[in-house]
Design a protein around this ligand. Structure first.
Ligand SMILES: [Cu+2]
Length: 167
């Protein structure tokens, strides 16, 4: 009589260990998949303003800053302190990169450095999402100072450009 419960519990314990190992392996495998290509695996912020990037979906609109397009919204109006994040929504590579000028220049002002991620705040000159592969999210960008900040895409300026207005 004491043999049977002992055997049973040993068997049950083996089953539990087996499932624990399986769950752990699944978690590791899932983690590896989600963590694969560097910048592209970030997720959307829980709160903040998400700005979509797409050559296909977001056409040109005129504004007091000149033509904006390729971003949704093209004019990002955000309350001071609310983070902004960019999301590549089509199948092209894009960036969202600061333009340190009072007005959009006719030629592309965004240099190769924009292909590497830099900056954590839209008020810092030279901030860039770095290369955003399809479906990738940028780093969160803080809006610590009020003002008007121009930005554009390294690959598609002047078709893809916009303005962040921090109020
Ligand atoms: Cu682009």
């Amino acid at each position: 009589m004491p043999f049977r419960p002992a055997f049973y519990s040993f068997f049950e314990m083996s089953r539990k260990i087996f499932w624990l190992i399986c769950s752990a392996l699944t978690a590791v495998a899932t983690g590896c998949t989600a963590g694969a290509p560097g910048a592209s695996n970030r997720n959307a912020l829980a709160s903040g303003v998400l700005v979509g990037e797409s050559l296909i979906r977001y056409g040109q609109t005129s504004s007091k800053f000149g033509m904006v397009g390729g971003f949704n919204p093209g004019i990002v109006v955000v309350a001071h302190g609310t983070p902004v994040q960019f999301h590549n929504e089509d199948s092209f590579n894009h960036t969202a990169s600061s333009i340190s000028a009072a007005a959009f220049p006719p030629g592309n002002p965004i240099g190769d450095a924009a292909l590497s991620q830099s900056g954590t705040d839209v008020s810092q000159s030279g901030w860039s999402s770095g290369l955003l592969l399809p479906n990738a999210f940028s780093q969160p960008l803080q809006t610590s100072q009020t003002g008007t900040f121009l930005f554009g895409c390294f690959f598609h300026y002047p078709i893809m450009r916009g303005v962040i207005i921090v109020q």
